[in-house]
Design a binder for this molecule. Structure first.
Ligand SMILES: *[C@@H]1O[C@H](CO)[C@@H](O)[C@H](O)[C@H]1NC(C)=O
Length: 386
């Protein structure tokens, strides 16, 4: 895999060399691959040159460790074909400086990022959170915001302080062949969080994190997730939704061919038990393998930590047209399928087909249903309560 990636990078670099693209190497702008000298200015200058070019342009980060305090790359750019090739490792400041974004791309249309390792150095933030102290905001390692037509291919993100990657206010974003890695007990190190975005593809990637492998928040639509290895982590989640009034809905989400190993959840939809209205509709979960997953299939509309401000514990979010097809493997708890929906907005149009989930040897896994309507077909283990 790593070798394929370098061959790909080499070919892409060669193809750039023989055509008339503008190319900018961060080292030529003063970046030092010593892992200590702040290369932020050099990175931003190389970006400014590429973004200001009137023809396709490339930024190259060669091999080595580049310390970057913070780099927020902004458009709009004068061309819509910017490529960033990263051979080296980009290293974050080690501690808790309270910035929301470390590496960010915003207002860009037409950007491809190939390769690279981002080292978020999140260890001291995790220690702060685990000690129960009041900690500054945890930095997101990579942000794609308010952008269109972005590809992130072959990236490795290590040890983020907070989210490894955030996609917000964007359309047409593909993440492919990526790795998001942090220890299973590192707090809030989600793999990818998607918010207010559409036409997002997350493909062929590995996520080992201390929180959701992928989470989808309000205003997310037309998302395709395929070929993900998740675990450790909290699974793939829609939500939490309905924590605030007037959130836009979530629609047309497909999650297919995913493997969960030792995760807290598998496929999950989660809403606050608050009255704020909203919706989730048109969700396809299919071809999933669960290896010792605590909650393989879970819809929970009662989220309310501390039981504060959740009058009547009844969610205003309507969840409909959700199907689970070909979900198999093992549950680490007795209840393998849990639908705990809102009393005021029952779940409707749920479908289960070919569910084969086991619980330990010789024990029957169970289903739990509350305020949910739907139909089943094919094999049903555990027996359905729809
Ligand atoms: C969702 O999918 C339906 C059916 O394919 C389509 O008509 C609708 O426009 C889609 N909506 C969004 C927001 O993607």
């Amino acid at each position: 895999m790593a070798q394929n990636m370098s061959v790909l990078l080499l070919l892409l670099l060669l193809s750039f060399a023989v055509t008339t693209h503008a190319a900018y190497n961060v080292v030529d702008f003063g970046a030092k691959p010593d892992g200590r000298t702040d290369a932020a200015k050099a990175f931003l200058s190389a970006w400014a040159a590429a973004c200001g070019a009137t023809k396709p342009a490339m930024v190259h980060v060669p091999a080595g460790r580049f310390f970057v305090s913070q780099a927020r790359f902004a458009g709009p750019c004068k061309n819509n074909k910017i490529r960033v090739f990263i051979d080296g490792t980009v290293v974050a400041p080690p501690g808790n400086n309270g910035v929301v974004e470390w590496i960010a791309f915003k207002y860009v249309d037409g950007l491809s990022i190939y390769g690279g390792t981002l080292d978020g150095q999140g260890q001291s933030m995790w220690a702060c959170k685990k000690a129960g102290r009041s900690c500054p905001i945890a930095t997101t390692s990579l942000t794609i915001g308010l952008s269109k037509n972005v590809l992130v291919q072959g990236l490795t993100s290590l040890n983020s302080e907070g989210f490894h990657m955030s996609i917000f206010g964007s359309s047409g974003v593909t993440v492919k062949g990526a790795k998001f890695l942090a220890p299973g007990d590192s707090p809030n190190t989600d793999g990818i969080h998607v918010q207010m975005s559409s036409f997002v593809n997350i493909l062929s990637s590995t996520m080992k994190t201390g929180d959701d492998c992928i989470s989808m928040g309000a205003g997310t639509s037309a998302v395709w997730i395929q070929g993900i290895n998740c675990g450790p982590g909290h699974g793939i989640s829609i939500g939490s939704l309905g924590g605030l009034p007037q959130e836009p809905g979530v629609q047309n989400i497909t999650v297919t061919s995913v493997v969960f190993s030792g995760t807290q959840n598998g496929l999950r939809i989660k809403t606050w038990g608050k009255p704020h209205v909203g919706y989730v509709k048109g969700v396809v979960f299919q071809h999933a393998v669960m290896n010792d997953v605590q909650n393989p299939i879970v819809v929970d509309q009662n989220y309310c930590p501390g039981n504060i401000n959740c009058p009547g514990q009844s969610s205003g979010i309507k969840i409909s047209q959700v199907s689970f097809t070909d979900i198999r493997g093992s549950s680490a708890t007795a209840v393998a399928v849990k639908f705990d929906c809102s009393p005021s907005n029952p779940c409707t149009g749920f479908g289960l087909r070919d569910i084969k989930l086991t619980y330990q040897k010789n024990k029957q896994a169970q289903s739990f249903c509350k305020n949910v309507k739907g139909s089943t077909s094919g094999v049903m283990n555990p027996p359905s309560c729809l």
